[in-house]
Design a protein around this ligand. Sequence first.
Ligand code: GLU
Length: 430
Amino acid sequence: MKNNNLPDVNLNLNVRGLPQSATLVINEKSDELRKQGREVCKLGLGQSPFPVPQSVVEELKINAHQKDYLPVKGLKKLREAVAEYHCNNDGICYSPNDVLIGPGSKELMFLLQYVYYGDLVIPTPSWVSYSPQAQIIGRQVRWLCTSKNNNWLFTAEELESQCKDDYLKPRIVILNYPSNPVGVSYTEDQLKRIADVARKHKIILLSDEIYGELHHKGNHISIAKYYDEGTIISSGLSKWCGAGGWRLGTFTFPASLRWLLDAIAVMASETFTSTSAPIQYAAVRAFQGGSDIENYLWRSRWILDKLGNKIAKQLQAGGIDTPKPEGAFYLFLDFCNFKEKLKEKNISDSSKLCSRLFEETGVAILPGEVFGMKPEELTARLAYVDFDGVAAMEAALKINSRDEINGTFLQNYCPNILKAISLITNWINS
Ligand code: GLU
């Protein structure tokens, strides 16, 4: 009923018509159906299945009483720990003053796009929120073409061709690897070549390395090594520390971009004020690391490596193309071999493909369309995270090598994922 005392719906045009983020919508929908008793395989939201390491949980308990607002840029001890973490892991020396803490890296990304006036340059496919954030703020999105032959990663040549018409136009390029949604990484040589192009065009390079610690072989290299003066490294607790819901993200800047860090801090001070105090204290423990966290990380990598490779092979055997996973917990599926068959089922775009798969099998995956792919390309992202990560981690901590994560282990600890793969391959081939 219309209430004449209230204003008409009067939304900012950049927000009008935008749906909520697809990752979060699919998660809530899957939970709702599960609650109603439906069998659902939740491969939609990319959430770490593993528990937060016990030592980090203990630190949170100890600091539950921390109630004061913390400094806008973050707790000094945490900024020190993050700077040192990047010095040790990436071989680049940062000072605590180079680090900015936020309530999730997603928020920091939004503020970066807000304060820096430039186009956003991202590949197809890219994580679901980069482009909507640009749209909300009113920035232009320039998509970099990729190809399946190149594992859907963009090349230095593609970046060069994007930049060449307007040589020094302000741009933020986001490089995300191991990649969401593809689960693959760049080689050192590819990174060096992208860094050369970025330097030539004075690009602000946001290197989203939130999955860096989840490179399955532990071989992640930061591009900041090759383009330190223009690279911001984005990380946080969500993926490698299993703490998505804790909402803690970090940006690490070179000294040459201190003005950008300071501008984001102004925005932070006027919006979220500072990140949750107990979480920041606990995060110090996570970034300081130690043998327990190392053991935990290796077990996470082994499980994801073995599971990802097993299901990728099963999907390929069922005719669904997918690159061999190298990091994170995603597979990017290409159903192009089934184009005609799907047409007979009245399916000709990726959203319809995923909604029909969900309705008919209970398997939730996300359409390529929400990652910037063309709808008719029939691609989708599968997050292989629907398993009991507490039990799997407990079992994995009792073993000492990757090889011990075998078929029996996966069958015992990740049955829902294996079931989902059979459901997908049977459905598509039926
Ligand atoms: N990064 C995760 C994903 O791509 C979920 C978090 C989010 O989208 O905010 O599924």
